[in-house]
Design a protein around this ligand. Structure first.
Ligand code: 9MR
Length: 506
């Protein structure tokens, strides 16, 4: 058995240039005491009018939809569905779901002729209930293949493969947008993986699998999916030759999936050109399993590079007319496969361990057509205290004046926004229990919050810690966030005070 992605070597492709400008800019607004540092991202009027529908640009999924009907997806496993922090982000951001494991052969046909579609059905029901489409993943793969298949006499493998494909595709007929019919057929040097299917049928197993799937659901888009084919190399050249050959034989192949499990800074600079050559054959292309792993602990420079990497991948897709969408592999760093597979690496997604958006999220929003705007200048309240430290004679008390700074990132779209607020204890004593008060811009109404209890929902509000994040050591930070509706005013909050003492921006 060949090595799987868990053991793949590092990429050797040309790192994306960090100097390449992103199609947006953000500006930091630092003002006097009482104001905040803010980066406000709003979907531009041009995008919205071009997109047409009033609900355009409310999430990664709808921003992608506004870009020529593309999608933005995620992988979900059965256990993910009971994680409310995870599903809150999944529901809000994505409009395509790939089951992480639930449609693979070891789950769906654990013994010959005995099928189990329960776990996959749960993902499909979930997706349907949340307005998401489904990428079926996958029908034929040498991994997560039950041993009964690899133990079959080679004369029986074709019948078993065809029965498996027919039964599974028929079960999900009309419910999946696309199928990864054959997954990861190539070794790194472009030779075929010598699995049960190749050994029994030769390369003809791929055409047979595609024809069998097409017969069962003629409307599903049929894909070949692989990793390390994102740039031009021996493996992607082999995939290209295979695609040409299949198409010339009239085999029903509709698309190529580029998994895109990247290492920080190693997105191939020729990814768009490489995807384009497949598209030019008349195929759809898709980024199917995007992540970008970092050696832990991730520095802020790492996270900025990751933002560049994610934005570049999204721009590469947008640059290819037949690139139909991008899917991230997992929702956030907490559910990513990376740390469990690559020791000491992780932080590979757009959302952190607490499902808060990372710089990569902001970069992707912008790459998808959001434009950055600077909020109107905020006038410090006349009563604002100076931002300096308290008089040296003052005893250090929890949350005393001058012991906090606040930064606030606002991501806005046409009728809504999210705000992520980070509070830093700039004092010398530990804060035990905190309440951050601030003034919401007029017209903003909070609909839900995370990592804090916030009330009331508009005007002068107060955010209190939850049981697990009440302690902020000197020099440490804590973050919370909320989602709000707005009526056109996307300005950042003002008048931050922690436990009654005004905070500086920073
Ligand atoms: O995310 C999947 C993980 O839970 C499984 O343990 C792993 C087993 O191979 O498969 C992971 O998903 C893989 C996907 O199906 C195909 N491309 C590589 C993905 C990461 O390994």
């Amino acid at each position: 058995m060949r090595s799987d992605p868990h053991a793949r070597p590092g990429r050797t492709t040309t790192p994306a240039t960090a100097a390449e400008p992103l199609p947006w800019h953000s500006r930091r607004l630092t003002a006097a005491a009482g104001a905040v540092t803010a980066v406000v991202l709003a979907a531009g009027a041009t995008l919205l009018s071009a997109a047409g529908p009033a609900n355009a640009a409310t999430s990664l999924g709808s921003l992608a939809a506004a870009q020529g009907g593309r999608y933005f997806g995620t992988a979900l496993t059965q256990s993910n569905l009971s994680n409310s922090a995870l599903t809150a982000v999944a529901n809000a951001q994505f409009n395509m779901v790939t089951p992480g494991n639930e449609m693979k052969w070891d789950t769906t046909e654990p013994s010959n002729g005995s099928y189990n579609f329960g776990p996959g059905d749960q993902i499909v029901s979930y997706a349907q209930a949340h307005g998401m489409k489904v990428r079926g993943h996958n029908l034929v793969w040498q991994s997560q293949l039950p041993s009964w298949v690899s133990s079959l006499p080679s004369t029986q493998v074709q019948a078993a493969m065809e029965a498996h494909i027919t039964t599974e595709v028929t079960h999900y007929k009309g419910e999946v947008y696309s199928w990864d019919v054959v997954n990861e057929p190539f070794n790194g040097d472009g030779s075929y993986v010598s699995d049960a299917f190749y050994n029994a049928m030769g390369v003809g197993y791929i055409a047979d699998a595609l024809r069998t799937a097409h017969a069962a659901d003629p409307n599903a888009k049929l894909y070949l999916n692989d990793y390390n084919i994102e740039g031009e190399n021996a493996k992607s050249n082999a995939m290209y030759s295979l695609a040409q050959s299949l198409l010339s034989q009239g085999v029903p192949l509709n698309g190529i999936g580029f998994e895109s499990h990247f290492i920080l800074g190693q997105v191939p600079s020729d990814m768009q050109a490489n995807m384009q050559r497949f598209a030019s054959l008349g195929l759809d292309v898709a980024v199917t399993e995007l992540d970008d792993r970092i050696t832990l602990p991730a520095t802020s420079a790492n996270l900025q590079q990751q933002a560049t990497d994610f934005a570049n991948v999204v721009k590469d897709c947008l640059g290819v007319t037949r690139c139909v969408g991008v899917s991230q592999w997992g929702v956030g760093d907490a559910d990513s496969w990376v740390p469990g597979t690559f020791s000491g690496q992780g932080a590979a997604t757009m959302f952190d361990q607490n499902y808060q958006p990372k710089p990569a999220y902001t970069a992707v929003v912008n790459a998808l057509g959001g434009t950055s705007v600077t909020p109107p200048p905020t006038t410090p309240p006349s009563s604002a205290p100076p931002s300096s430290a308290p008089p040296s004679s003052a005893p250090p008390t929890s949350g005393a004046a001058g012991t906090c700074s606040v930064s606030d990132v606002v991501s806005a779209w046409n009728t809504g926004l999210t705000e992520q607020i980070t509070v830093k204890n700039t004092g010398t004593s530990t804060i035990n229990g905190w309440k951050l008060t601030f003034t919401l811009a007029s017209g903003q109404t909070i609909t839900n919050a995370w990592n804090a209890t916030i009330s009331p929902s508009s005007g002068s509000v107060s955010a209190a810690n939850l049981s697990y994040n009440g302690t902020i050591a000197p020099g440490a930070t804590t973050s919370f966030g909320f989602q709000a509706n707005h009526t056109g005013n996307t300005a950042a909050p003002t008048n931050f005070a922690l436990n009654g003492a005004s905070c500086t921006s920073g």
